[in-house]
Design a protein around this ligand. Structure first.
Ligand code: ZN
Ligand code: ZN
Length: 178
């Protein structure tokens, strides 16, 4: 059965449980699939690049796939560390296009990263958009030109703040039916 399974990545407690649970609810609503939180905490092991002081997100996708359960399940990891994919200097997240695994990080979605005060509501809202966006890629969706659509490519948090949590009608059509 197609379902979305969410995993915390890193040390136990590194990613807030409340956030992961909210993302499961939001994904159930916007992608219209059963979404649940796994008890398994996926380790960051093997993904760290000491020279960059960042984590290679593609390695985290591989770690997630170790926990593949049943056909068609989509696996979303939530990390708190800074992610990159060469040659990009950083990414908010990564997904296998049409595949099973996706990852997002709270690191650059947190106002504190930009020297501002923590804003939990804004952080959670950005995480929702990025989680839905990456899961959209797992369903084969590519980037959308509509800046309001959740599949719009965000280069900066300002772009994320501008888009909505919903798919435009064209992107919506490529998702599992409601
Ligand atoms: Zn994308
Ligand atoms: Zn769209």
């Amino acid at each position: 059965m197609t379902e979305i399974i969410l995993f915390s990545i890193g040390e136990l407690g590194e990613v807030e449980t409340a956030l992961v649970e909210l993302l499961a609810l939001s994904l159930s609503e916007h992608v219209n699939l059963r979404s649940r939180v796994s008890d398994v905490v996926v380790p960051l092991e093997g993904a760290y690049d000491a020279a960059r002081r960042q984590y290679y997100s593609t390695k985290l996708l591989e770690r997630l796939l170790d926990h593949r359960a049943g056909d068609g399940a989509k696996l979303l990891g939530i990390a708190g560390v800074d992610l990159y994919i060469p040659p990009l200097s950083f990414v908010f997240g990564e997904a296998q296009l049409g595949g099973a695994a996706a990852v997002i990080s709270t690191h650059r979605l947190d106002q504190r990263f930009y020297g501002l005060e923590r804003d939990v509501e804004l952080l959670y809202n950005r995480c929702e958009k990025e989680a839905i966006h990456e899961i959209g890629h797992c369903f084969g969706l590519v980037h959308c030109r509509d800046y309001r659509c959740v599949m719009y490519l965000s280069y900066a948090v300002e772009d994320i703040d501008l888009k909505s949590v919903v798919f435009c009608p064209a992107c919506r059509e490529s998702l599992p039916p409601r």
